[in-house]
Design a binder for this molecule. Structure first.
Ligand code: FMN
Length: 277
């Protein structure tokens, strides 16, 4: 529910200019009017833009409204340097990721935009060793089944001319399987945490919302010195397994689909340079 205080509203009209649902009607010498407040999408723009705090919104109690500390915002130059220097650093160690870093990474993900502010992205963090191992095993098993099928002589004979690029990947998959047998976790790059970003299967902006949240989280991870790697192998395996089984392995709600998976861990080294891209 939204309301506007007639006495503190200064009729500046800023809320009218930013509201995506066209709810406020502000005329210079008229009482401010909220037209169809029931269509509010709960984005909080009216509350955040109002210079006099004239809005009351039940989604945003006083303690959820914060002043922006402009003096500590990164400069364009420092943000650009962070973007340029971010790397998928795969030198993951067993050192645990500090809890505060994980909290900040999750918070960064939550601040990403979502279609119509529907905020259907579910964030699930896996840090337990047994669960990480289960994700790794399910992923490598899927790819080994695929490789064996592809290498079955009659299949190879027919498929290879059409799937040359995929066949080129087979030696790498075999090497990963060897690493797995030696106790490594090549599919998840030995990460000590996995952040699963999921949304309801039938939600049409699931991929967009999850991947925008991913990017926020990945830049936060980089700035904290935590390594992040996009888990494409895991995602492919989970997609091929089907939502039900993937939801079980990944620990996400039933009916949800993982649209992005981030591997996280403390790296053994820092990159010295970045190359032009
Ligand atoms: C959709 C997607 C899937 C990816 N899957 C994997 C993966 O499964 N394993 C991996 O080590 N890196 C994966 N990556 C990371 C890319 O290999 C990496 O971003 C690219 O090589 C560029 O390196 P940079 O991230 O350090 O700039 C993936 C990246 C994207 C965007």
């Amino acid at each position: 529910m939204i309301s506007i205080n007639n006495d503190t509203c200064i009729r500046c009209g800023k809320c009218q200019r930013v509201c995506p649902a066209f709810i406020p009607v502000i005329e210079k010498d008229e009482q401010p009017l909220l037209r169809h407040p029931e269509v509010c999408i709960g984005c909080g723009h009216c509350v955040d833009v109002c210079p006099t705090g004239a809005y009351t919104h039940t989604d945003f109690p006083a303690e959820s409204i914060h002043e922006i500390k402009r003096d500590i915002l990164p400069s364009a130059e420092s943000l650009m340097e962070l973007i340029r220097s971010r790397r998928s650093n795969r030198t993951i160690t067993a050192t645990p990721i500090p809890q505060r870093s994980l909290d900040m990474i999750l918070e960064a993900a939550r601040y990403a935009p979502t279609a119509q502010n529907s905020r259907q992205v579910h964030l699930h963090l896996i840090t337990r060793d047994i669960e990480l191992q289960e994700v790794e095993a399910a992923t490598i098993n899927y790819f080994m089944r695929l490789a064996r099928f592809m290498l079955f002589p009659p299949v190879k004979l027919v498929m290879r001319p059409f799937l040359r690029k995929l066949y080129d990947e087979v030696p790498a998959l075999m090497a990963m399987n060897e690493q797995f047998k030696q106790g490594q976790r090549p599919c998840i790059c030995n990460c000590t945490a996995l952040l699963i970003l999921s949304a309801p299967k039938g939600y049409s902006f699931g991929s967009q919302d999850c991947n925008l949240a991913y990017q926020n989280a990945s830049l936060m991870a980089e700035s904290l010195g935590v390594s992040q790697i996009y888990m494409g192998f895991v995602q492919t395996a989970m997609f091929m397994m089907g939502c039900k089984r993937a939801a079980k392995v990944l620990g996400i709600p039933k009916g949800h689909k993982a649209f992005a998976i981030m591997g996280l861990g403390m790296p053994a080294l820092k990159y010295a340079k970045y190359t032009t891209r």
